[in-house]
Design a protein around this ligand. Structure first.
Ligand code: ADP
Ligand code: MG
Length: 660
């Protein structure tokens, strides 16, 4: 069913939905909330200063409104809660003024300041709340906020029936509710137990289909022949010895693993994992070199234009005699045409670029090896795209998210793994401190020291992807604060997730060229970006991140032999964060992360971006994943998998080049 067929939504709204990746009604109803706001009245007797509060009461006076500028306004009124009179402040809701009359009952959601008996409200609801409300919160954009999305989804929810990808025997095995009901409940939850059931149902299906694909790939890999190459290892040793630095033991081991794969007649399907800065790129370059020596073309695919150009420049420097070209979406039409010609006629030996590399109209002459950098940004596999072209090159994935071995075996069950566990010599561990918001002054002084030394700083602002208005205000406020503190002595720039890619790249380039010294950003700073002069990263609200994510962010600094610092600002969960002050080993950290966050609370937790699941979280739902693994392997072997009844499941498993 098309979006146009829904009553009450127009062309503009459809455009905004498209921007969120929603193209038809099925997309719409599978646009699940990423978290829920649980709204229940606060117990006023246990209320402490600074607490979050949800309280109903009677409006005592006519609200007053102050306008600061066209965008910013503030409204105040008094609320009688029955226990005390609170002074309510709410920003940017002046339009509600006429609806808030003396004697009206309203419910305020906000933060309580005891001393001034003030509530700074983030939301206001008309009437009193009798029972717990569960509000779905959706990833939103500037143009469509979460509550608008919720309204649109409600229009659609009874209009289509989503396909059910669980075979009947599993539905009865786990006593799952049917898919349509589950989808309805996650969008319009009434109570926690039924929501939990619905979420479990949908998560399980995601995990099951994921494991079906992994198990299928594993099975089909065994039947797939690769290229056997004739290259002597001595040649490789020669090039390794000519490098400007000495490879670490793990780098060498990885090179050997890859060499063995490439000369053997089995097709390579290998994951190279190691911390940011552990030196995966040079290993990838050597893989490209081995492949080049044996007469094949090699492609290296990076998740962003910046990274692709960075790799391109580095490769040219190290291997000046090999014909390497850059292919990205940004090239002019004429340049692109030339590049494609060189790829087609085989004059280009190595091709480095972005997604453009596997786009339909690129024809390779004799592609032998494909490497994707930061594979989790691509989804787990793209071999489907290449297969469609009749190519079966060897494949190497690189990832900077170390995953403990047990998890890796499940998630990457179809791949071999090489790990780089040690950092190159001369790399100093990043000095890491946990600071509270009260200690912000110390932090500013630490930043000042770095600026005086002409170093650069990343400041990670609270996430704005989380919800819409309030957090974005926080980012702007932070920018203002930083400008006030440092604006006279250096340039402060800002980048956030709601900017376009071009805008982001512009800012990132300015930072790279040291035109900006302090870069405020949400987590959108590109994975793998190498700005050696950046020596400090300050992360606000750091409790909101998993340890591995923080460790990844920390990897933005410490990229040369100068002292580097990571400041984790948080008033909560400081014990967990302390782990980062004690170790720099990404594998250890991810182990801890899995331990700490496994099986956590269902509500209020963000999901990990690792696998691009809509609902499931490999950490929290790991037990479920193991079950899905077992179930998928059995189902794959069963005659049912081949039956016409489940033809659509089989087709989805086989067709999907992307595993995400
Ligand atoms: P990763 O891709 O794993 O995040 P990179 O490959 O970008 O890390 O390596 C980070 C930096 O370390 C690069 O500037 C690279 O040239 C350098 N490097 C890599 N291996 C070594 C080594 N063995 N000794 C010294 N420097 C190295
Ligand atoms: Mg890299």
């Amino acid at each position: 069913m098309q979006l146009e067929e829904l009553k009450g939504i127009g062309k503009t709204t459809i455009k905004y939905l498209n921007e969120l990746g929603i193209y038809d009604v099925l997309d719409l109803i599978s646009y699940y909330p990423f978290r829920y706001e649980i709204i229940e009245n606060t117990d006023l007797h246990t209320l402490k200063d600074g607490d979050k509060i949800v309280v109903g009461g009677i409006v005592e006076n006519v609200p007053t409104v102050v306008h600061f500028n066209r965008k910013l306004n503030k409204m105040n009124f008094h609320l009688n809660t029955g226990e005390f009179i609170a002074n309510v402040t709410i920003f940017n809701r002046a339009f509600l003024k006429t609806k808030i009359n003396i004697g009206n009952a309203v419910t305020i959601i906000g933060k309580y300041d005891k001393k001034h008996s003030t509530i700074t409200a983030s939301d206001i609801k008309f009437g009193l709340i009798e029972k717990t409300l569960i509000e779905p919160i959706y990833h939103s954009s500037f143009k469509l906020n979460s509550s608008k999305i919720s309204k649109i989804i409600k229009l659609a929810i009874n209009k289509v029936k989503p396909l059910d990808y669980l075979p009947d025997h599993l539905i009865s095995k786990y006593h799952f509710i049917d898919k349509s009901s589950a989808v309805k409940i996650v969008h319009t939850p009434q109570d926690k137990p039924s929501l939990k059931k619905a979420l479990t149902r949908l998560k399980y299906e995601e995990l099951f289909m994921y494991m079906m694909k992994i198990s299928y790939l594993k099975k089909s890999k065994k039947q797939c022949d690769g290229i056997s190459r004739n290259v002597s290892y001595n040649e490789i040793i020669k090039i390794v010895e000519s490098l400007p630095f000495k490879l670490t033991d793990d780098q060498l081991k990885s090179v050997k693993n890859i060499y063995d794969d490439l000369v053997s007649s089995n097709r390579m399907n290998r994951l190279l994992q190691g911390d940011v800065g552990s030196g995966k790129t040079i290993v990838a370059f050597i893989a490209l070199y081995i492949n080049y020596l044996s007469g094949y073309q090699g492609a290296l695919m990076a998740p962003t234009e910046i990274l692709a150009s960075q790799h391109f420049a580095n490769f040219q420097k190290l291997f000046p005699n090999i014909k390497v070209i850059l292919l990205t979406g940004k090239l002019k039409t004429k340049e692109k045409k030339e590049a494609k010609e060189l790829i087609k006629n085989g004059k280009a030996n190595i091709i480095i670029g972005t997604h453009a590399l596997i786009s339909e109209d690129v024809t390779y002459n004799n592609l032998g090896l494909v490497i994707t950098d930061e594979q989790h940004r691509f989804g787990v596999a793209q071999r489907g795209n290449l297969k469609n072209k009749g190519l079966t090159p060897d494949i190497l994935y690189m990832s900077a998210t170390p995953i403990p071995r047990t998890y890796a075996l499940t998630l990457y069950g179809d791949m071999d793994i090489s790990s780089i566990r040690t950092m190159p010599n001369g790399r100093k561990p990043v000095k890491t401190y946990v600071k509270s918001n009260k200690e912000i002054k110390d932090v500013l002084y630490m930043m000042l020291d770095q600026i005086k030394m002409h170093h650069q700083i990343y400041v990670i602002a609270p996430l704005i992807e989380e919800s819409d208005k309030i957090d974005l205000e926080d980012v702007y406020k932070l920018e203002e604060k930083m400008k006030r503190a440092f604006g006279k002595i250096c340039n402060v720039g800002m980048m956030h997730g709601k900017m376009t890619n071009t805008e982001k790249e512009e800012i990132m380039n300015e930072f790279k060229q040291n035109k900006i010294q302090i870069l405020i950003s949400t987590t959108v700073i590109e994975v793998g970006v190498d700005v050696a002069n950046a020596t400090m990263i300050v992360i606000f609200d750091s409790y909101r991140f998993g340890l591995s994510a923080l460790h990844q962010l920390r990897g933005r600094v410490g990229r040369n032999d100068i002292d580097s610092y990571c400041i984790l600002i948080s008033d909560k969960e400081t014990k967990r964060l302390e782990i980062l002050t004690k170790t720099n080993d990404g594998f250890k950290i991810s182990e801890e992360d899995f331990k700490l966050r496994g099986g956590g609370d269902l509500f209020g937790l963000r999901q990990s971006g690792d696998m691009n699941f809509k609902l499931a979280d490999i950490k929290q739902d790991y037990d479920m994943l193991l079950k899905a693994k077992e179930d998928s392997e059995l189902f794959l072997k069963s005659p049912e998998f081949q039956s016409t009844k489940y033809k659509y499941i089989k087709e989805k498993v086989i067709s999907s080049g992307h595993l995400d």
